[in-house]
Design a protein. Structure first.
Length: 458
């Protein structure tokens, strides 16, 4: 089967209600598709190129505007079915590491922002489960008596959160995509003891039939008595619903295994999904479209492995300390006091997400409310570091280059570092960026940190 490239691209854009210039993945989309299908590996495997073009007409792309409409509609669905003061929202954390932000964190925050809901209504139930899953601590948290038992600050916070569940009658879980249902199933298993007797609503933007069945089975297996699954769209694996394309499937599978050396041929667990969101592409998607570990292959929707760590469960103080410390290892010493650190972080954010910036993200990073963010932007505008559309200007780019951080990403800056303990160890309240004296020629055995005051430091 042959398809015309132009008509296929038009069908993709029309079906997904997008244009070819509004977002990073779609900018100059026709040119990107031509380059994608014109690669040497495709020229040597023309049948695979035809398959990849054909599948584009069946591809699901979720733009920012589409996501916002979906979340608005979902909240309208919720309103008559919940009591808002007695409802909490939770992300569905990754099975491997719940302390890292995954897409569920991002889309939960997006949902709250779009619908004007407070962050106080969001609780990460996975982290709460990990902290109170041992009987001793759970008993201590549940039956705490301030006069008889002294809790640590962490335990007090846990008690406050865990006790809040007693007065909640509805829990809403939000995720962007489920290909196998494994992550949500594991999450429901962990959360069952806390919420299985409440009204539970799991909302997934896009889901496969396999994942749908797995989630419904989990409701029953783990004792949920009033649970519902809602989703915007459901699909089957591409070749699962096109069973006559056995030869095409085998060719594509071999191509991804032998030529691309993909770790997830046909997508994670061969999910065969054709889905991309404006901020990232799920690894359940057929990997030719996103695989980025082959230097000789340029994916059409390259998967972004860099993530923001400001939405996980590490304390902001800990994250900011890591940012300040890591910046001190990169920025030349003479420049450490030259610029406001929050202004630098804002410029870095615009560099990393030029077409996909989100107010709720930058507010989270800087610890700002709406008024503070507006004031911050006006200050950057007055310096001509950003333009009226909140884009990084040439002057702003020059600042980043001057500081030597033009190759830095937030995912690198938030990595924890082992700081030297002592009277001069890094403190969030001290408002300084440490300098490693070894960079200035200190001798072995000497202190490796020096305090520097920073203007308006985090």
């Amino acid at each position: 089967m042959q398809l015309d490239l132009n008509s296929t691209i038009d069908e993709f854009l029309s079906k997904n209600e997008v244009n070819d210039s509004e977002e990073e993945y779609l900018k100059d989309f026709k040119k990107k598709v031509e380059q994608f299908l014109g690669q040497s590996k495709i020229s040597e495997n023309t049948d695979v190129g035809n398959i990849l073009l054909i599948m584009l007409s069946d591809y699901h792309y979720y733009s920012r505007l589409n996501i916002e409409k979906i979340f608005t509609n979902f909240h309208s669905y919720l309103v008559p079915r919940i009591r808002e003061p007695y409802t909490i929202y939770s992300p569905i954390s990754s099975e491997k590491d719940v302390t890292r932000m995954n897409s569920s964190y991002f889309y939960l925050q997006k949902f709250l922002e779009i619908n004007g809901l407070s962050n106080d209504q969001a609780i990460n139930l996975s982290s709460l489960y990990l902290e109170v899953n041992n009987k001793h601590l759970r008993k201590k948290v549940n039956y705490y008596d301030e006069k008889r038992c002294a809790l640590t600050q962490q335990e007090k916070e846990l008690k406050k959160t865990y006790s809040k569940l007693k007065y909640i009658d509805t829990v809403v879980f939000i995720d962007d995509f489920s290909g196998t249902g494994d992550t949500i199933r594991s999450f429901l298993k962990n959360a069952a003891e806390m919420v299985k007797e409440k009204q539970v609503i799991v909302f997934v933007i896009h889901i496969t039939e396999k994942a749908k069945q797995a989630i419904h089975n989990a409701f029953q297996q783990f004792g949920y008595i009033n649970a519902y699954l809602k989703y915007e769209k459901k699909s089957n694996g591409y070749f699962e619903k096109n069973k006559d394309l056995v030869d095409e499937r085998n060719k594509l599978l071999r191509f991804e295994q032998e030529i691309l050396k993909s770790e997830h041929p046909l997508g994670f667990k061969e999910s065969e999904a054709l889905v991309t969101f404006y901020r990232n592409c799920p690894n359940n998607t057929i990997s030719s479209y996103w695989w980025n570990e082959n230097s000789e292959w340029q994916a059409l929707f390259q998967r972004k492995n860099k993530i923001l760590d400001f939405f996980g469960d590490r304390k902001h103080k800990e994250i900011y300390e890591a940012v300040l410390y890591n910046l001190s290892l990169i920025i030349p010493a003479p420049y450490l006091k030259k610029y406001d650190i929050k202004e630098v972080l804002y410029l870095l954010y615009l560099k990393e997400f030029p077409n996909d910036k989100e107010d709720f993200e930058i507010k989270k990073i800087l610890g700002y409310n709406n008024d503070q963010l507006l004031e911050h932007r006006n200050r950057l505008l007055s310096k001509d570091w950003i333009d009226n559309q909140d884009n990084l200007s040439s002057k702003g780019s020059s600042v980043i280059e001057e500081l030597g951080i033009n190759e830095s990403f937030f995912s690198d800056l938030t990595k924890p570092k082992s700081l030297v303990a002592g009277s001069d160890s890094l403190s969030f309240e001290d408002e300084y960026i440490p300098i490693r004296l070894c960079k200035l020629g200190s001798k072995k055995g000497e202190s490796s940190f020096e305090k520097l005051t920073v203007q308006n430091s985090i």
